[in-house]
Design a protein around this ligand. Structure first.
Ligand code: DMJ
Length: 466
């Protein structure tokens, strides 16, 4: 260690500095006054617009561009792209003040997007990405057609809820016929709707969306164990648990997030009470310290026995959720744990065993959760350390993931240089580049005091139109 900064971090910073034109010359922990955040923000915007241009040139309307080969890829259903990356990008482009690019994306959506597709779509992913993306695009631009499309796709998802005997939605619904399938589900896929459905209720005056989303959340909450914990797998037809394991990572993560968010967005005190009850139980039975760091192992929801100390990178979001819901100390401590992972590996792998700080899954799928939590904790505390950590996260991505036609996931973060995968997920367009931009730019288009970003970082409150 060099004065609290690992050798690996220094190398990464130097690499990032070169790649980004020297803006990251300072080491983490250096007083923020020495950082030129505006230059970092400019770099983020420049890279995002560079990637956007490639998507427009080679893949506009496809769900994904393939960043290494320049090809196209479907996400939801083979042969049925719905312009996922374009939908995910609109509010990010808008926050960056890239109005020509916003117009390009919106024009493609308004002219081409149709959900009359005779194929099963995953209800959770369609909601957080398509309903949420369109709702955020509407919130930013005010274009009525975007709201119509958000309502149209949400309506096509509703049979998943209304056909279920328990109110827990099925995992899949055919968008054209309404046929439902796959009752074998989990608490994320039954309980991550209240933000997107809630704003649709607010904006259309139709309460059905909010009520269906909340009913499913209640079914889950009412089934908590005597310890107050939730296993993560559940059957939508019987309402019975399908496993015993509880986790704040997938597939448990955004169920907890949306309990808080339902309160934060709509003032629903009942959801806040459910959130508080479950969070108290998680902190009592699902948390442990190891080498002075706070971690959340997987535990048996009925006995509290630790089942696994593997930590998914997706669980890093939980640091931000704790911070924004008033548990700042715990949120900061959990972010410190993932900061240690970033210090160890540079680019954070899919998961680590925190007892050995090793990984058996060295893939990086451009996951945004560490940056997500950095933004939430920075907004909650104003502590510059979170901007510093996010800047390192960005520099590491820039150094390793920039490919000929966009940004690519990595096959093995421990290889030098890491191998690039020919894939860029839709959430890259909605999540980390937006978090970096909001952290570094101070854009007047964002209300830094009163805002709401969904689990997919879709902006549903806080757009300040010029
Ligand atoms: C995103 O699609 C959402 O954040 C979701 O809640 C889980 N994580 C992915 C990105 O990693």
């Amino acid at each position: 260690m060099l004065g609290g900064v690992s050798r690996r971090t220094v190398l990464l910073l130097l690499g990032g500095a070169a790649a980004a034109g020297g803006w990251l010359a300072a080491a983490p922990g250096t007083a923020s006054a020495s950082r030129d955040w505006e230059r970092v923000a400019e770099s983020v915007r420049r890279e995002y617009l560079w990637a956007w241009q490639h998507y427009v040139d080679r893949a506009l309307g496809a769900d994904h561009i393939k960043p290494v080969s320049g090809g196209r890829e479907d996400f939801f259903v083979p042969g049925h792209s719905v312009g996922l990356s374009a939908v995910e990008a609109v509010d990010t482009l808008w926050l960056m003040g890239a109005d020509d690019e916003v117009a390009q994306a919106v024009q493609w959506i308004e002219d081409n997007l149709s959900f009359d597709i005779d194929a099963p779509f995953q209800v959770f992913e369609t909601n957080i990405r398509m309903v949420g993306g369109l709702a955020a695009a509407y919130h930013c631009t005010g274009r009525p057609r975007l709201l119509e499309l958000a309502v149209d796709v949400a309506d096509r998802l509703l049979p998943a809820f209304t056909e279920s005997p328990t109110g827990l939605p099925y995992r899949y619904v055919n968008l054209a016929t309404g046929e439902v399938s796959r009752p074998d589900t989990n608490i994320v896929e039954v309980g991550t709707y209240i933000a997107e459905f809630g704003v649709l209720s607010e904006w259309t005056g139709d309460r059905r969306y909010y009520d269906l989303a909340k009913r499913a959340m209640r079914v889950v909450y009412d089934k908590r164990t005597e310890l107050g914990l939730l296993p993560h797998d559940i059957d939508a037809e019987t309402g019975e648990w399908r496993n015993r394991q509880a986790t704040v990572g997938p597939p448990g993560d955004s169920y907890y997030e949306y309990l808080w968010d339902g309160y934060a967005l709509f003032g629903d005190e009942e959801l806040r009470q459910w959130y508080d009850t479950l969070t108290d139980a998680i902190l009592a039975h699902q948390a442990e310290r190891h080498d002075g760091l706070l971690w959340f192992p997987q535990v048996d929801a009925f006995t509290g026995e630790v089942l696994s100390r593997e930590q998914s990178v997706l669980a890093a979001f939980y640091a931000g959720l704790l911070g924004e819901s008033g548990r700042v100390q715990e949120g900061r401590a959990y972010h410190d744990a993932f900061h240690a992972v970033q210090e160890e590996f540079g680019v954070i792998p899919n998961s680590v065993d925190y007892t050995t700080m090793t990984t058996s899954d060295p893939v990086n799928e451009l996951r945004p959760e560490f940056a997500d939590a950095a933004l939430a904790l920075w907004l909650a505390t104003g502590d510059e350390v979170f901007r510093e950590r996010a800047a390192v996260h960005y520099a590491n991505m820039l150094r390793t993931s920039k490919a000929p036609y966009g940004f690519a996931g990595l096959g093995d973060v421990t290889a030098e240089p890491p191998t690039q995968l020919d894939s860029c997920p839709g959430y890259w367009w909605s999540e980390q580049m937006k978090y970096y931009w909001l952290l570094f730019s101070g854009t007047p288009r964002f209300d830094y005091r009163d805002n709401y970003l969904t689990t997919e970082a879709n902006l549903l409150r806080g757009a300040r139109r010029p």
